[in-house]
Design a protein around this ligand. Structure first.
Ligand code: SF4
Length: 351
């Protein structure tokens, strides 16, 4: 890369640490009396989610699950209920699974080892690096979305950062730029810079401590980086949700299988064809007329889901049909307390 030489004289980490001392965030809930458990939970919650959204969830979660033992011995359903609304529920399931492994195999102590951390469900290389640096003050790099964006601009990387060979190069830079001390501060500084100055849209280059050596800034091409993912068409799936209400103002919810989209959460019965007879047979409810509610779309990272809700009001309480482990009749007013994915919660609120 022709421009790398101009950066050799620049002390990247020193500039970042100086900036962090003056402008970094030091009052986040997980930065108070730091424990490895706090760091871990916060890092998992912060994956794909912004700090301001995470804070109330984190506080509630910590009040209920203050340590690894509390989390490991809790029911998954309850953990997911505390996660409900944060999205990307595999994170909550993996957190619970990992807590059980740590509880049984590591005497409730997070291992201070990069390799062992990465063997735990839900902990990738960057999260393991963050835990090592923030909780154990070890010299390990991170490469989350913020750092990828900063480095892509700083080095004007002319390719999508998700491409394996580009990612490999970014890791090499992230490691080469590490300071010899203040690893926790440096790690937090990188996250803060990406979240507050070198933001996705409208980065505030005038206040950036890296500006004097940032290639994208020098070339006046900041908005060109990071390079986007090469386009591919996003598949669209179509499903129907059956919103069955009985005469007790209860609705029928089904628990999704443990793996896959919304695994372990409660949803309306879902089907992909209009064969209402077999759907009702499967649900053990009499066939009744349905009313089409307003359809809506939910967007996942790898596909779009078009949802057509159909309302069916039963003329009976259906008390003969007992709840089963994977289905439940629940009062509309109480349904929100269950672990529900966001679109189900939104639909329940409209009922
Ligand atoms: S100068 Fe601008 S583009 Fe470059 S790292 Fe700083 S904020 Fe990001």
């Amino acid at each position: 890369m022709k421009t790398l030489s101009i950066q050799t004289t620049f002390n990247f980490s020193e500039a970042l640490l100086d900036w962090y001392e003056k402008h970094g965030r030091k009052d986040l809930p997980w930065q108070q009396s730091v424990t490895p458990y706090q760091v871990w939970v916060s890092e998992i919650m912060l994956q794909q989610t912004q700090v301001n959204t995470v804070i109330p969830y984190y506080v509630r979660f910590m009040q209920r699950f203050p340590d690894i033992a509390a989390l490991a011995t809790a029911k998954l359903d309850e953990v997911l209920a505390y996660w409900s609304g944060l999205g990307y529920y595999a994170r909550g399931r993996n957190l619970h699974k990992s807590a059980q492994i740590i509880y049984h195999e590591f005497d409730s102590e997070l291992p201070a080892d990069l390799e062992q951390l990465q063997r735990l469900p839900g902990i990738g290389r960057s999260t393991a690096g963050a835990i090592m640096a923030l909780a154990f003050h070890q010299r390990q790099a991170i490469l989350d979305g913020n750092v990828k964006r900063v480095l892509s601009r700083f080095y004007a990387v002319n390719d999508w950062p998700g491409r394996p060979q580009v990612e490999k190069q970014l890791w090499q830079w992230a490691e080469a730029l590490l300071p010899n001390k203040d690893l926790a501060k440096y790690t937090q500084a990188q996250m803060d810079l990406g979240a507050t100055l070198c933001t996705r849209s409208r980065p505030d280059c005038q206040r950036c401590p890296l500006q004097s050596h940032c290639l994208a800034y020098a070339q006046n091409t900041v908005s060109d980086y990071p390079r986007p993912r090469p386009k591919k068409t996003v598949p669209v799936k179509h499903v129907q949700w059956l919103v069955v209400e009985n005469t007790h103002q209860e609705i029928l919810l089904m628990k999704r299988p443990g793996t896959g989209i919304w695994g372990g959460l409660w949803c309306f019965p879902e089907f992909t064809d209009a064969d209402m007879e077999s759907v009702c047979q499967r649900l053990q409810i009499p066939i009744s007329e349905t009313l089409s509610l307003t359809p809506f779309q939910h967007i996942f990272s790898h596909f779009k889901l078009n949802i057509q809700p159909l309302k069916m009001t039963l003329a009976h309480a259906l008390t003969v049909i007992a709840d089963k482990p994977d289905r439940i009749w629940v009062k509309i007013s109480a349904a929100e307390k269950l672990a529900l994915p966001a679109p189900v919660k939104a639909l329940v609120r409209q009922l």
